[in-house]
Design a protein around this ligand. Structure first.
Ligand SMILES: Cc1cc2nc3c(=O)[nH]c(=O)nc-3n(C[C@H](O)[C@H](O)[C@H](O)COP(=O)(O)OP(=O)(O)OC[C@H]3O[C@@H](n4cnc5c(N)ncnc54)[C@H](O)[C@@H]3O)c2cc1C
Ligand code: FES
Length: 315
C-alpha cells in the first residue's frame, strides 16, 4: 500500500452513480500491520445509494476513488495503558482495526471490546473477533444481543446497561473509552458511563453520519417556503449571493442554489465539505474534521457552518 494509517482512521470514497457523484466515508477495518491491502467493511443499507452499489454491483478488479486516510478517532496504544471499545452495528469497524493492530503488536494493555447488535447474524466481523479473542489473552470480548429470541445465542441479552458495563469492565472509571454506533446508542452509553463516574473527557466518540440522506441534492433547487432573513452568503466561484435561513448551514444553502459543494457525512466528521471562507464569521457545532492548519487558513466545514455575519466562501 502506498500509505500508512492509524487504527480507527477512515477513507473518503467517491462513486459515480446514476450520473451523480456521491461521497461516503468508510472506516478501515484491517490493521496497519497488514501492508498488502486494506479492508473496508460495508453494511448494505436497504435504501442506501452507495452501500447497495458497493455490495450489489462492485466486482473484483473494479477501481474505486478513495482519499485519506483521515480521522482523529484513533488508538494505537500510546494514548493510554488500556482501552474500552464500545460499539453497535457497523460502528464495530474502527474497533476491529484497533483490536487487530494491538493484537499483532502484542500490546500489553487490557482491551475491553463491548458490542451490541440484534441477532447473531447481525454481529459484523463476529468470527474475526472470536479468532482474535482466542489468540489474545488481553482481549476481553462481551457481546449483548437485543433480539436473540429464537436464535442459539447463549451470551448476554438486552441493551448495554449500567450493570452490564460495571460487570464487564473492572475499574471502569480509570479507563479511556471509545464509542461508535448510532447517535442514540452513543449518547445513551456516554450518559451511562458518566453516571458510573467515568470523566467525560475520557470518552471519545465518532458519529458515522446523518441517518437520512440530504434533503435537497445539489442542483435540485428545492427551496424552503419561508423567506430567508439571515446574513448574506456569497459563493465567490459561482458568483451567487443569497440570504441564509434560520438554522440553515452553508452546505444546505449551496444545495438550494444548485452549487455542488462535495459532501459525505454531513455531521462534521469526514472533511469532504471543507471550503475556504475569505470573509465573515461562522458557528460550527462539530469541527472534528478540521486541524489547526485548516483553522489558521480560514477553512470551514460547510455542513456545520452557520453564518454569524455576512460570509464569503470560495465555492
Ligand atoms: C467516519 C465514518 C466512517 C464510516 N464507516 C463506515 C463503515 O466502516 N462501514 C459502513 O458500512 N458505513 C460506514 N459509514 C457510513 C457510510 O459512510 C454511509 O453513510 C453508509 O454506507 C450509508 O450510505 P448509503 O449511500 O448506502 O446510504 P444513503 O443513500 O446515504 O442513505 C442513508 C440512510 O438513509 C436511508 N434512506 C435512504 N433513502 C431513504 C428514504 N427515501 N427514506 C428513508 N430512509 C432512506 C438508508 O437506508 C440509509 O440508512 C461511516 C461514516 C462515517 C462518517
Ligand atoms: S460532509 Fe463530512 S464534514 Fe461536512
Amino acid at each position: 500500500m502506498p500509505f500508512t494509517f492509524v487504527p480507527g482512521q477512515f477513507l473518503n470514497v467517491a462513486f459515480g452513480i446514476g450520473g451523480a457523484r456521491m461521497n461516503r466515508s468508510y472506516s478501515i477495518s484491517s490493521s496497519p500491520t497488514q501492508r498488502e491491502y486494506l479492508d473496508l467493511t460495508i453494511k448494505r443499507e436497504p435504501r442506501g445509494a452507495v452501500s447497495r452499489h458497493v455490495v450489489d454491483l462492485l466486482k473484483v478488479g473494479d477501481l474505486i476513488e478513495a482519499g485519506g486516510p483521515v480521522g482523529k478517532f484513533t488508538f494505537d496504544g500510546t494514548e493510554a495503558e488500556n482501552i474500552v471499545l464500545i460499539s453497535a452495528g457497523v460502528g464495530v469497524t474502527p474497533m476491529v482495526s484497533i483490536c487487530r493492530y494491538l493484537t499483532d503488536r502484542s500490546w500489553p494493555g487490557d482491551i475491553f471490546f463491548i458490542y451490541t447488535c440484534r441477532t447473531p447474524a447481525d454481529y459484523i466481523l463476529g468470527k474475526e473477533m472470536a479468532a482474535l479473542e482466542r489468540s489474545n489473552p488481553k482481549l476481553h470480548v462481551a457481546v449483548t444481543m437485543t433480539k436473540a429470541e429464537g436464535t442459539d445465542w447463549k451470551g448476554p441479552r438486552g441493551r448495554i446497561t449500567k450493570e452490564f458495563l460495571a460487570k464487564t469492565v473492572p475499574e471502569l472509571t480509570k479507563r479511556r473509552v471509545h464509542i461508535c454506533g448510532p447517535a442514540t446508542m452513543m449518547d445513551a452509553t456516554k450518559a451511562l458511563l458518566i453516571e458510573l463516574g467515568v470523566p467525560p473527557e475520557q470518552v471519545k466518540m465518532e458519529l458515522f453520519g446523518a441517518t437520512k440522506p440530504a434533503i435537497a441534492p445539489a442542483g435540485t433547487t428545492a427551496k424552503p417556503s419561508a423567506t430567508a432573513t439571515g446574513p448574506t452568503v456569497t459563493f465567490s466561484q459561482n458568483n451567487k449571493t443569497a440570504k441564509i435561513h434560520d438554522g440553515q448551514t452553508i452546505l444546505e444553502l449551496s444545495e438550494e442554489l444548485g452549487i455542488g459543494i462535495e459532501n459525505s457525512c454531513r455531521v462534521g466528521t469526514c472533511g469532504v465539505c471543507k471550503v475556504k471562507m475569505t470573509a465573515g464569521e461562522v458557528d460550527q457545532e462539530v469541527q472534528d474534521a478540521l486541524d489547526d492548519d485548516d483553522k489558521a487558513n480560514g477553512i470551514i466545514l460547510a455542513c456545520q457552518a452557520k453564518p454569524k455575519t455576512e460570509v464569503t466562501v470560495e465555492a
